[in-house]
Design a protein around this ligand. Structure first.
Ligand code: ZN
Length: 137
């Protein structure tokens, strides 16, 4: 079995933003020349999320609206006594910052409309990291 590891690093520009990283993950897998296994896509951040869904501008706004329904920015939170981003932590807790995708013949078995999307809940940030770890043949 092979275990391969790489980090994707990028910045975010807005307070709330969706960044499609499907192409970057695909490029990493292609470079490694993998076969069959699984790939874990994990962001080591307490205020980010990763979702698998369609990359369509209207839906992007709908997803951000859903996040805002789950944890509104301006609600009264305990954590805001020491920091001012409880809403972002709660969104990351509700939508965790990782996904696992099966890989067959070197290709991720994503559905036709599924993309790997990093969700910034507390931007802008100069540096966000996403770890891509592959386990398989
Ligand atoms: Zn905080």
């Amino acid at each position: 079995m092979r275990v391969l590891f790489e980090e994707i690093v990028f910045g975010t520009k807005r307070k709330e933003q969706i960044v499609d990283i499907t192409g970057e993950v695909r490029a990493v897998l292609n470079r490694w020349g993998v076969q069959d296994g699984i790939v874990v896509i994990f962001a080591p951040h307490a205020t980010a999320s990763i979702v698998l869904n369609e990359n369509e501008p209207g839906l992007e706004r709908d997803i951000l609206n859903l996040f805002n329904l789950i944890a509104p920015t301006d609600a009264d939170y305990h954590h805001n006594r020491i920091d001012n981003n409880a809403h972002a932590h709660l969104r990351s807790a509700a939508f965790p910052p990782y996904v696992v995708v099966p890989v067959k013949n070197g290709k991720m078995l994503l559905g036709a409309w599924q993309r790997i999307m990093f969700v910034e809940n507390d931007g802008p940030r100069a540096q966000r990291r996403v770890i891509v770890e592959y386990m398989g043949e």
